[in-house]
Ligand binder design. Structure first.
Ligand SMILES: [Zn+2]
Length: 470
């Protein structure tokens, strides 16, 4: 397998620390709000990477943290605590907010067919580990106490800007009007390991530490949680490009200072989802969530296809027109697959051959678009039906597009089996549409209810009404 490594800025042959095994870490969500589909693009691409590694025969252990403490509005230790902000907004406790949005995050992931990592660890579970690492950093001289907080001293490192593309001027902390520079810092990029003197009087979560009652900084949690479950040597660390600085830069600084050796070999970064005006931000326009897409009639898997049609290292431009195109592509593709009859016996040698081709093609820096092209190649090939379906099923382990599940709606192979029923349902759908047009919503609802009694469920989607048997 080949992977682009943000550390070396090159596509490299992937060689794990231990043959056949991969330790993989993903920065998890800060659970103060619903996940934006832009953030979910990262988790989606990371899910493909994990499944691809398994597809290529690796034994993968994947770990993800849940940030439920310590992440401030700015990644550089300024602004309000995100969790507290969420709690205030909803008049709930921080832990209630954490529980609610953690569940919401995994529900969204499930809808996008994103596998839950092997280990999911909330930051608040690991306070002892954080304290231990901070104590070692202090002992080794990489940290200092100032203004009753503990800071990491970036001047102690030979090279701090490990990803190499940060422009120091642009990264000046305090340049934004609403952000004040922390005067306790000796160097502008120093970062907080432990807040002892809380900036927020009503900080909800506090713990005892050798330096007084307080709470951890954000960056320390990923270093500790990954080492707790993956040991001192990690193969792949994942995240969005916006995590590169300061978060991942700080993770490397503190981890390698603590360990005294190199920590993680490969850094996998997924690029932004943008709208047509540039970076997609939560503050302007509608807040794009999986639920919102569903409300608008999209199957969340359509978003997965949309994301997989482009390369993870390129910014992806979101628009409803583009998503509509993906929806049409998805529907057509599913229908084509549904029409493949399961004739003949599965040709195992052919399945293996296509498996290897997929592993090599998609394994070239997670080229998901080429993986989708291979599905069409299989459909067009002269393999028998049973083998085609077996190969597509094999690919779909990685793609996760539910390609073999019967398409919902009147044109599925299943519904086509009963033309009389299909004609009846189509007639009722037409009557309901007419009723809606005349704003006779009572009649429209009545028709839907009647069909439901007959065991037929209607779904309004952007592509029109689809039906399925219950
Ligand atoms: Zn992280």
């Amino acid at each position: 397998m080949k992977l682009y490594n943000s550390l070396t800025k090159k596509v490299e042959e992937f060689v794990p620390n231990v043959e056949g095994k991969v330790g993989m870490y993903t920065c998890g969500p800060t659970v103060y709000h619903f996940a934006h589909i832009g953030n979910l693009r990262s988790y989606l691409c990371e899910d493909v990477l994990e499944k691809l590694l398994r597809y290529c025969g690796y034994d993968v252990k994947r770990v993800m943290n849940i940030t439920d403490v310590g992440h401030l509005s700015s990644d550089a230790d300024t602004g309000e605590d995100k969790m507290l902000k969420g709690a205030k907004r909803e008049h709930k406790t921080v832990m209630e907010i954490a529980k609610f949005y953690t569940d919401a995050f995994f529900a969204d992931c499930a809808k996008l067919n994103i596998k839950t990592p092997d280990v999911v660890e909330p930051a608040t579970n690991c306070i002892d580990e954080f304290i231990h690492m901070i104590a070692v950093l202090l002992e080794k001289g990489y940290a200092y106490k100032a203004g009753e907080n503990i800071y990491f001293d970036t001047s102690k490192l030979d090279s701090y800007y490990v990803f190499g593309n940060q422009n120091e001027d642009e990264l000046m902390v305090g340049v934004r009007d609403d952000v004040t520079e922390d005067e306790n810092k000796r160097n502008k990029n120093d970062f907080v390991l432990w807040f002892t003197k809380s900036k927020f009087e009503d900080q909800a979560l506090k713990w005892d530490s050798p330096w007084g009652v307080g709470y951890p900084g954000w960056h320390i949690e990923c270093s500790c949680i990954s080492m707790k479950h993956l040991g001192e040597y990690m193969d792949i660390h994942c995240g969005g490009v916006d995590n590169m600085f300061p978060h991942h830069t700080n993770e490397i600084a503190q981890s390698e200072s603590y360990l005294g050796h190199k920590w993680c070999n490969y850094w996998f970064h997924v690029h932004h989802l943008n709208d047509e005006t540039g970076k997609m931000s939560k503050s302007k326009g509608e807040f794009l969530t999986v639920s919102l897409l569903e409300e608008k009639g999209y199957d969340p898997i359509v978003y997965r296809l949309f994301a997989l049609q482009s390369h993870y290292r390129k910014p992806l431009v979101f628009s409803y027109e583009a998503l509509d195109q993906a929806a049409t592509t998805y529907k057509k593709l599913k229908n084509r697959i549904a029409s493949i009859h399961e004739d003949g016996a599965v040709d195992d040698a052919a399945v293996k051959e296509w498996h290897d081709r997929f592993a090599e093609t998609v394994g070239n820096d997670v080229n998901t678009a080429m993986g989708i092209t291979l599905v069409y190649d299989v459909i067009k090939s002269d393999l028998n039906g049973a083998t085609k379906r077996a190969v597509i099923n094999d690919f779909d382990y990685v793609l996760g597009l539910k390609l073999l599940e019967a398409p919902a709606g009147g044109d599925s192979a299943d519904n086509a089996e009963d033309p009389e029923l299909a004609a009846h349902v189509e007639e009722m759908i037409a009557k309901r549409a007419a009723a809606k047009k005349e704003k006779n919503f009572a009649l429209a609802d009545e028709i839907r209810a009647k069909l439901l009694e007959e065991g037929i469920e209607l779904k309004d989607t952007r592509e029109g009404v689809v039906w399925s048997r219950l």
